[in-house]
Design a protein around this ligand. Structure first.
Ligand code: PEP
Ligand code: MG
Length: 330
């Protein structure tokens, strides 16, 4: 089994009919880099930049952030690195940010619905500008994309892009040789609002990454961190699946790349369904890449579409899962 998975590393990620499916890795901490390099992933589809701040008591400055990104980009050896600016708030907390006066609001009623993600960043534009500057400088070393977390409004994309371009102009004045086109600036689609508005948001974003971890939480009104409701937390709930499909179709229609980077991207049973719904790009924990690749190589586009057609009749997650496991033949 281990040897078989090892061999898979060198094989192409294609359906048995030849259609290419892109498999990338999620990155949380630098210690994962060797595993990512060995996994057969073609780049990083989600770099969670929280690692830079999580154990820090003071904020790393622009140079320190740029160096950390540079190390990752260099290690990827020409494969793409998708860097998400900090997604703070919700269950994610940082001492360095609080000390720097970057806080999530005072009332503490429900952090998942409060000042988190892009909201926190736009309230602290200097902090976001530093992140953009560090990423843009590191982008001279290899292909990079930049990702905004927790978007719910078109206006948030417009404001972030204005800051992004402002930072790029400032860097150019400082003599940093950025290319004519900046690295693509895309959005996480991880709220029902963003998924339902994907048509309009796709126009403003260079690419979209569907985050099913939060999308599931917000769609089902089930806290992703709560043991009490863990049995209700299921990204295969038809409501979540419909939002994924709607988002994917919007991306295809507007010619914007769409990927999926929640935990479900690493589930070999779920990926054929997601392919049947139109997705061609997934980002997952590095350890999941070989098994997902095996599932992809063992199925056809027709089989994936057939799976999707059968699943769409179902009304609850358990029934969806039954269809998928019956279809996977494993
Ligand atoms: C998600 O919400 O699905 C996601 C990929 O982001 P995170 O898990 O970091 O919130
Ligand atoms: Mg998320």
């Amino acid at each position: 089994e281990r040897q078989a998975l090892n061999r898979l590393r060198r094989l192409a990620s294609r359906l048995s009919g030849g259609e290419k499916i892109r498999l990338q890795a999620n990155f949380e901490i630098p210690a994962e880099l060797p595993l990512i390099a060995q996994s057969g992933a073609s780049g990083i589809g989600l770099l969670r930049s929280e690692f830079l701040f999580i154990n820090a008591s003071v904020l790393p400055d622009e140079d320190e952030q740029a160096e950390a990104y540079a190390a990752v980009i260099t290690a990827m050896g020409g494969d793409e690195t998708t860097i998400r600016v900090v997604d703070w708030g919700g269950e994610k907390q940082s001492e360095a940010l609080s000390r720097a006066g970057i806080t999530m609001g005072e009332d503490g009623l429900n952090p998942a619905l409060g000042v988190r993600g892009i909201r926190l960043l736009l309230q602290n534009p200097g902090f976001l500008e530093t992140q953009f500057a560090a990423i843009l400088r590191a982008s001279l070393l290899g292909p990079v994309r930049v990702l905004l977390p927790m978007v719910t409004l078109a206006e948030e994309i417009a404001q972030a892009r204005a800051l992004y371009e402002h930072v790029a102009r400032r860097l150019r004045r400082r003599g940093v040789k950025l290319g004519h086109d900046l690295p693509p600036l895309g959005i996480m689609v991880e709220t029902p609002a963003a998924a339902l508005m994907a048509e309009s948001l796709a126009v403003l974003a260079d690419f979209m990454a569907i985050g099913t971890n939060d999308l599931t939480m917000y769609t089902l009104a089930v806290d992703r961190a709560s043991a009490d409701v863990a049995t209700l937390y299921d990204p295969l709930h038809p409501a979540v699946l419909r939002l994924i499909e709607h988002t994917t179709a919007a991306g295809v229609r507007h010619n914007r790349p769409v990927s999926l980077c929640g935990e479900i991207a690493g589930d070999p049973v779920a990926v054929p369904l997601l392919i049947g719904m139109g997705l061609r790009s997934f980002s997952m924990s590095a350890s999941a890449v070989p098994r997902v690749k095996r599932a992809i190589r063992g199925t056809t586009l027709d089989a994936c579409r057939d799976l999707r057609a059968r699943v769409l009749h179902e009304t609850d997650p358990t029934a969806v899962r039954l269809v998928l496991t019956a279809g996977s033949g494993t």
